[in-house]
Design a protein around this ligand. Structure first.
Ligand SMILES: Cc1cc2nc3c(=O)[nH]c(=O)nc-3n(C[C@H](O)[C@H](O)[C@H](O)COP(=O)(O)O)c2cc1C
Length: 371
C-alpha cells in the first residue's frame, strides 16, 4: 500500500507537503495549473502588490555553476559543471492585482483540493500602506486563496519601506502581520528574511502579530562574481550591479541553520522550509528539524519552469523513505532531529571529564597572557 504523504499545516490539508515557492514558476495561472497537474501539493503565487513594478533592463536571474575539476565558479554555461546557486534581482509580480484576481478564482475552481497560497506585499510606515496589505489580503482570499504569505523578505526591493526592510524591523513585522490578521479569514504565513542576526527575534514579532506560520528562507543578499577577463560583474546593467538574492544548493546549509534556531525556539509553531531543495533527501532535512511543509524555487526553475521531475522525485523519494523506515505519516519523523542541534560546548570532547566548556578549573577564562 502506498504511504500517506498528506499533511495538515496551519489547518489546511495538503495532498503532499511540497509547494512551489513564490517566484517565476508561479508567476502565471498557466504555470500554476501545470504545477498542480504535475503533482505539487501547493503553490505560493509570485508576490502580488499594488505599487508599480519595473524590473532592471537586463537579465533578472542567472545560475552560478561550479567546475568539477577546478575551483572555477561561473555563470557561463560549460560542460562538466554542477549547479552552485541561483542569483536574482527580480522584483515582485509585474502583473497588477486586477490581473491576478480572476485567475486565482479560476485556478481554485480547476483544482479545489490543491492549496493555493497568495503571496502579498505592500509598504509600511503609513496607514495607507497598511490598508494596501488589507486590500490585497481581502481580494485574494475572496477569490478562494487558501492562505496568505506575507513577503517580509525580498532582499532587493527598489523601495525602502518594503520586503526585507520590513523583515528586519520587529515593530513593523508585528504591525503588518496584525493588520493582515484583522481582515484575514484564512491562515497567514510570514516569510522572513535570513539576513538578520537572530531570526528568532523576527519570528517572535510575527507570532506576536498573529502569524499562523513562519516561512524561511528567502534568498540571501549577495553579489554576482566579477569575470576575471572582462572585469565586469557576470550580471550587470551598463556595468552596474546591486545586491541581489542567492538561492539553490549553496543556501541549503545556511537555511537549515536558521530553521534549527526557529524550530527550537518555537517547537509548537508551524514552519515552512525553503532553500536548496531538489529531491526528498534534501527536503528531509527540513522535516527532521520540524517543518510541516517544504517549498522549492531554483530546482523547479531549471526543470521545465515548474519542476515536473522535481515533484516526482520528491514524492517518490518520500514514499520510498517512509516504506523503508516504516513511517506512517510525516508526523512519525517531523522534528525528530530538532534537539540534536546543541551548543558547541555540549559536543563530547575526547577527554570529557576534564573539559569545562572552554573555561578553566575556577570556572572563568583567566588570561594566561603575560602582561
Ligand atoms: C528569480 C526569483 C524570484 C523570486 N521572487 C520571489 C517573490 O516574488 N516572492 C518571494 O517571496 N520570494 C521570491 N523568491 C525567493 C524564492 O521563493 C525562495 O525563497 C528562494 O529562491 C530560495 O529557494 P530555492 O533555494 O529553492 O531557490 C524568488 C527567487 C528567485 C530565484
Amino acid at each position: 500500500m502506498a504511504s500517506n504523504l498528506s499533511v495538515t499545516f496551519t489547518g489546511l490539508r495538503f495532498e503532499n507537503p511540497f509547494l512551489l515557492a513564490s517566484a517565476p514558476p508561479t508567476e502565471s495561472d498557466t504555470n500554476i495549473m501545470r504545477a498542480f497537474d504535475a503533482g505539487w501539493g501547493g503553490v505560493v503565487t509570485k508576490t502580488i502588490g499594488l505599487h508599480p513594478v519595473a524590473n532592471v533592463a537586463g537579465p533578472k536571474t542567472k545560475f552560478l555553476r561550479a567546475s568539477v575539476d577546478s575551483p572555477r565558479l561561473s555563470m557561463q554555461k560549460q560542460a562538466g559543471t554542477a549547479l552552485h546557486s541561483s542569483w536574482n534581482w527580480e522584483l515582485i509580480s509585474d502583473k497588477p492585482l486586477d490581473w491576478w484576481v480572476p485567475r486565482i478564482s479560476r485556478i481554485k475552481q480547476a483544482h479545489p483540493t490543491r492549496i493555493l497560497v497568495a503571496s502579498i506585499m505592500a509598504g509600511s510606515g503609513s496607514d495607507e500602506e497598511l490598508s494596501h496589505w488589507q486590500r490585497l489580503a481581502a481580494a485574494c482570499q475572496d477569490e478562494g486563496a487558501d492562505a496568505l504569505e506575507l513577503n517580509l523578505s525580498c532582499p532587493h526591493m527598489d523601495r525602502k519601506d518594503m520586503g526585507s526592510n520590513i523583515g528586519k524591523d520587529t515593530e513593523l513585522i508585528s504591525i503588518v502581520t496584525q493588520a493582515v490578521k484583522e481582515v484575514a479569514t484564512v491562515p497567514v504565513w510570514a516569510k522572513l528574511t535570513p539576513s538578520t542576526t537572530d531570526i528568532v527575534v523576527e519570528a517572535r514579532a510575527a507570532f506576536l502579530g498573529g502569524a499562523d506560520a513562519v516561512t524561511s528562507s528567502n534568498t540571501f543578499p549577495s553579489l554576482p562574481l566579477i569575470d576575471a577577463e572582462t572585469l565586469e560583474f557576470e550580471v550587470n546593467v551598463d556595468g552596474y550591479v546591486s545586491s541581489g538574492g542567492l538561492g539553490g544548493p549553496a543556501i541549503l546549509p545556511l537555511s537549515l541553520a536558521k530553521m534549527a534556531q526557529l524550530a527550537q525556539a518555537f517547537p509548537d509553531k508551524a514552519f515552512s522550509g525553503i532553500g536548496g531543495v531538489a529531491d526528498f533527501t534534501l527536503a528531509l532535512n527540513y522535516f527532521l528539524l520540524g517543518c510541516g511543509t517544504v517549498q522549492v524555487c531554483t530546482a523547479a526553475m531549471l526543470d521545465h519552469a515548474i519542476g515536473p521531475n522535481v515533484i516526482t522525485k520528491l514524492t517518490s523519494g518520500m514514499h520510498e523513505a517512509m516504506e523503508r523506515h516504516g513511517w506512517a505519516s510525516v508526523e512519525a519523523f517531523r522534528g525528530s532531529r530538532r534537539d540534536r542541534v546543541v551548543a558547541h560546548s555540549k559536543i563530547r570532547r575526547p577527554d570529557a571529564g576534564s573539559y569545562r566548556g572552554g573555561y578553566d578549573a575556577e570556572g572563568y577564562a583567566a588570561s594566561r597572557a603575560s602582561t
